[in-house]
Design a protein around this ligand. Structure first.
Ligand SMILES: [Zn+2]
Length: 202
């Protein structure tokens, strides 16, 4: 699998294209869709599904058009369906942890609520797409409608149990040098929010 990172839109959202052979999964496609369309065309890729880390508008702004264009479904946890405002017929809705074989890849959705009710981290092998749950050195806001700080602590603690070499691809590129990417091991050692969650819960 090859992962393409696209930092798009005014809020520096990270959209990812996971390429496997001639198939692709689109993670949080939201802004500047033409950039995503061009990448798919250039690489000769057929998208199989879109996967949403959560239902906030900045992660799926233009997604309805994209889902219709390719005739694919958007995978989303049921807790964020309403907030997403995406029509149900374009969605594949699941509840809690969920596994699926998509684009020839074993995809694992870990339900990690806290930033929003339906936030998930998407695990493919040792690659983890964390949306707004975990950033390099930070975590997502827990003061929004549908947020829950305790849930977020539990979710961070859960992520900390993953193998340290797990590569993290977060939902925004807030740090100009890291492109929103880090590893679980680095965050367990250095991220104050992860350290606090581990301290409180152990
Ligand atoms: Zn968000």
């Amino acid at each position: 699998m090859k992962i393409h990172t696209l930092v798009l839109g005014d809020m520096l959202n990270c959209s990812y294209v996971a390429e496997n052979g001639s198939q692709a999964l689109l993670i949080d496609p939201s802004w500047q869709m033409q950039v995503i369309y061009d990448l798919l065309e250039r690489r000769g890729l057929t998208p199989t599904a879109a996967l949403f880390t959560h239902g906030h508008y900045d992660h799926l702004h233009g997604a309805a058009k994209l889902l219709k264009k390719y005739g694919i479904k958007g995978y989303i946890e049921e807790g964020d369906v309403q907030m997403s405002a995406l029509p149900a017929q374009l969605l594949h809705i699941f509840k809690g942890d969920y596994k699926a074989k998509l684009a020839g890849l074993d995809v694992e959705f870990l339900h990690t609520p806290g930033h929003s009710r339906g936030s998930v981290c998407i695990k493919i092998g040792l690659d983890l797409f964390t949306g707004d749950t975990l950033f390099p050195g930070a975590c997502g806001r827990a003061d929004l409608p549908g947020s829950n700080p305790e849930d977020l602590q539990n979710s961070l603690e859960r992520l900390a149990q993953l193998p340290p070499e797990t590569k993290v691809y977060s939902g925004h590129s807030y740090g100009p040098r890291d492109n929103g990417q880090t590893t679980i091991g680095h965050e367990v050692k250095t991220n104050p929010f992860v350290k606090l969650a581990l301290k409180n819960l152990r």
